[in-house]
Design a protein around this ligand. Structure first.
Ligand SMILES: C[S@@+](CC[C@H](N)C(=O)[O-])C[C@H]1O[C@@H](n2cnc3c(N)ncnc32)[C@H](O)[C@@H]1O
Length: 301
């Protein structure tokens, strides 16, 4: 009897484990990250981030050829701003799937979208079994840099796109060229003394900042016509310097360094004040601006 109960508990645990695996697939660590506090910060700051990433969205969609496309895919779609824009470009006859590992962000995405032509799917883009060649256009705004196994992820994504059709995404160039990350990060490092090594190719915002590496992954995944445009732009906001300082404490490289340093409340206040001072220096005609450098990547499946 005891053994049967034990077996039932084990079965239940295995089932829960299996469910967990299904949710986050092969990206358990990132799955947790984006379903916990950092994912919640992106939920809380969705409008603010969409304002800041407006220029970058425009770059992503510039000249995109959606002619005749019927099934779009937005990888790592977050709360769905680019999914909605893609659906608008593709028109009434098309369906766009926003895929993301974070249920938190997808809940917001679903609440912000009329259901027409949009479908939000919780899955790991690296290991989800896509319908082969089910999509005729795939995009991503900063949603493809978080894979444990990028080659496998891009092979999987390629399998989901019709032969001859485009994958287009944006990702960050190196830290040194991205003031929105670097300036607040330096502030945190100066104040807390936390050591923050320049991230390499590990999953994270800068995973593809080495163009040669990025290109080699796409080539190995058998994409063709790979084109990487290096583009300079800006991240701007009409937010107050105080609101901007709060956002920097919750998103980006400074947030990651603050998490690492785990400073006292007093030190946190000092960091916030430093962000406000810096924000005031950047403020011009009501806009706070940061320089940004990104890659716009286009590849054919
Ligand atoms: C920097 S956010 C960008 C979100 C959105 N594209 C935007 O621009 O607002 C990265 C997104 O990638 C998602 N993500 C991370 N790893 C993923 C994976 N393995 N499969 C699917 N989505 C993933 C995260 O949950 C998060 O929503």
């Amino acid at each position: 009897m005891t053994r049967i109960v034990r077996k039932e508990i084990d079965l239940k645990r295995n089932k829960n484990e299996a469910l967990k695996m299904n949710n986050y697939g092969e990206n358990d660590k990132q799955g947790k990250y984006w379903n916990e506090a950092p994912g919640q910060s992106w939920v809380n700051n969705d409008t603010a981030m969409n304002e800041r990433l407006q220029n970058i969205s425009d770059i992503l969609f510039e000249g995109i050829d959606a002619n005749g496309c019927k099934n779009g895919l937005d990888i790592g779609c977050g709360a769905g701003s680019t999914t909605r824009r893609l659906a608008t470009i593709m028109g009434n006859q098309a369906t766009v799937t926003g895929l993301d590992i974070s249920e938190k962000l997808l809940t917001l995405a679903r609440s912000q979208s009329d259901s027409l032509g949009k479908f939000f799917l919780q899955a790991d883009a690296q290991s989800y079994t896509f319908e082969p060649e089910g999509f005729d256009l795939a995009i991503s705004r900063f949603g493809v840099m978080f894979f444990e196994n990028p080659l496998k992820a891009f092979q999987n994504i390629k399998s989901a796109i019709q032969k001859g059709r485009e994958l287009r995404f944006v990702c960050w160039a190196p830290l040194a060229a991205n003031d929105f990350f670097l300036s607040p990060l330096n502030t945190v490092v100066d104040i807390t003394g936390v050591s923050f090594a320049e991230p390499g190719n590990e999953p994270g915002p800068l995973a593809f900042s080495d163009r040669t590496y990025l290109s080699s992954i796409l080539k190995a995944a058998k994409f063709s016509s790979i084109n990487i445009d290096v583009l300079e732009t800006s991240i701007t906001t009409k937010d107050s310097v105080e609101k901007n300082a709060s956002l920097l404490m919750e998103i980006g490289m400074a947030f990651r360094a603050i998490k690492e340093a785990a400073p006292s409340d007093e030190v946190l206040d000092e960091i916030r004040e430093a962000f406000i001072t810096d924000g005031n220096k950047r403020l011009q005609n009501g806009l706070i601006s940061y320089g940004a450098k990104i890659y716009r990547v286009s590849a054919v499946a």
